[in-house]
Write a protein that binds this ligand. Structure first.
Ligand SMILES: Cc1ncc(COP(=O)(O)O)c(C=O)c1O
Length: 495
């Protein structure tokens, strides 16, 4: 993805004359490019006598870099031509690849500008570094919206709670197909408050897959209950319903399946097991925003569900945030109470609780992103498909399995390979980043040694921990990059 900063002179030229400048703006709106302009561009276009409608048309789709006090002070301190220094700083802070100007290539105060004619010939470098994820690329399409909202939040000093929290809650509940959504401080808060609100506590056992992130099990303990680990299924790496059934005791109160890597767990089997045994089912949907199971959204199937809105998730805030979804008014009411020190109304506490509110700045960031989530998930599915096609015939690679009825949103794309570490090292030498999710299953973590569950207890999860490698996958990754990853994996295995 090439990031361009388009100078006002090009915008004015495009609006006045069209030609190459206009063609460049069109190119900059296409996939593979991201265009930024300086926030005074609107003013420049208006002052150049361009009609409002045309100004809006010219700037449509471009994120505007604010010329704020920090940028201005720094530009002044650098000395020389103020405007050129601003451009230089904007390009630095917004990680711009090319600054596009009119006329011949020139250097202004060490700012190299590229003429429009050359910018029109730009193509992505097929050998560019392949990041594991790149959060900055997600910022551009929502930047103007969030910039405006952040100014409004600061002006209104509406920091904790506030209008964006309520608006996000309503929009997210609608998106998930639930009656309620409750914004909280993190996915871990969401798990904890959902379980507490559902009545899980001291003396209860909660079944947790052993192949997941620590937050799934620690939140059970933090509710006063006991996590009981169960193995996962090969291929989907999600909770094995048969293993869950075997782990049920007279103390079992709930199942806590995780929709891991973006794929819903085997919900028909797990929901019918919960019903048969009179158990609650709480979904850990922290990695599965927008995924569906037989047409139902992740987060809408259990008594309640927890979402993480951590920055790297498919729907990620600009910091820590999370949400609970439920159709149960009592769970929603109690979750709101737990997020705010057990308050039933200001300074009246029905119970002890937590400081687990979602803040307004985080809410505004995910509120701006939510309308783009389905498009991003669609791109993730398309990219996963490229991996399936490219790696399908490599005998050493076991691809993940999308179970019947499940539509994964591919938060992570994991492959099972004989020598994961060697493959990771090989890819690193080719400038391709990969990761492990997760290198140690929960039952083998030091934190749970007291349970005495040694190696061999949960073989599928142990094999996953030893052999799974997560490949780069995010919506802005292009086909050439994925083809490179595929080619390097094939080269490693001599396939
Ligand atoms: C499966 C799972 N559960 C729970 C969490 C916890 O979410 P958070 O980090 O927002 O507290 C995460 C986040 O990494 C997760 O992946």
């Amino acid at each position: 993805m090439i990031k361009l900063l388009i100078l006002p002179e090009v915008l004015i030229d495009a609006a006045q004359k069209g030609g190459d400048s206009k063609a460049l703006l069109e190119k900059a709106r296409q996939e593979g490019f991201q265009a930024w302009v300086l926030a005074d561009s609107t003013q420049r276009l208006v002052l150049a006598g361009i009609a409002s409608k045309k100004v809006a048309e010219t700037l449509q789709g471009f994120a505007q870099i604010p010329i704020n006090a920090r940028l201005s002070e720094e530009a002044l301190a650098l000395g020389g031509n103020f405007e050129n220094q601003l451009v230089k700083l904007a390009a630095k802070y917004f990680k711009i690849d090319q600054i596009v100007g009119l006329g011949p290539e020139r250097k202004r105060e060490e700012v190299a500008t590229l003429p429009v004619q050359d910018a029109l010939k730009l193509t992505e470098d097929p050998l560019a570094k392949v990041d594991f994820m790149n959060l900055f690329l997600q910022v551009q399409p929502i930047f103007n919206q969030v910039d405006g909202w952040y100014m409004e939040i600061i002006n209104n000093t509406a920091f904790a709670g506030g209008n964006h929290v309520a608006a996000f809650e309503e929009a997210f509940a609608t998106y998930c197909g639930t009656k309620y959504a409750v914004g909280v401080g993190s996915g871990t808060d969401a798990l904890r408050f959902a379980m507490l609100a559902a009545g899980i506590g001291q003396g209860d056992e909660v079944l947790v897959p052993t192949n997941t992130f620590m937050a799934t099990s620690e939140s059970v303990t933090q509710c006063g209950a006991t996590p009981v680990f169960v193995d996962v299924l090969p291929g989907t790496y999600n909770m094995d319903p048969k293993a869950a059934e075997k782990a049920i005791t007279s103390k079992t109160k709930a199942l806590l399946p995780v929709h891991l890597y973006g794929q819903p767990a085997d919900m028909d089997a797990l929901l019918s097991l919960a019903e048969k045994k009179g158990l609650l089912l709480i979904e850990d949907a922290c990695q599965a925003h927008g995924a569906t199971y037989k047409g139902k959204r992740a987060g809408s199937m259990g008594a309640a569900a927890a979402f993480s809105l951590y920055p790297g998730k498919n729907l990620g805030a600009f910091g820590e945030a999370g949400a609970i979804t439920t159709n149960d008014p009592e769970i929603a009411r109690l979750a709101k109470q737990y997020r705010e020190h057990g308050q039933s109304k200001k300074y009246y506490h029905a119970s002890e609780g937590y400081n687990g509110r979602m803040d307004n700045l985080q809410a505004a960031s995910v509120r701006a992103k939510l309308p783009l989530l389905d498009g991003w998930n669609q791109k993730r599915r398309e990219r996963a498909q490229w991996y399936f096609e490219g790696l399908g015939k490599v005998s050493q690679v076991t691809l993940p399995k999308e179970a019947d009825g499940a539509q994964s949103v591919w938060h992570l794309f994991v492959i099972l390979v004989p020598e994961a570490q060697k493959l990771m090292d090989h890819l690193a030498t080719k400038n391709i980043s990969t990761a492990y999710h997760y290198p140690v299953p929960l039952h083998l973590q030091d934190a749970y040694q007291f349970m005495g569950l040694g190696r061999g207890t949960f073989p599928v999860a142990e094999n996953a921990a030893d052999h799974l490698l997560s490949l780069p996958l995010f919506p802005e990754l292009n086909k050439a990059q994925i083809e490179r990853v595929i080619a390097e994996i094939k080269a490693f295995f001599g396939a």
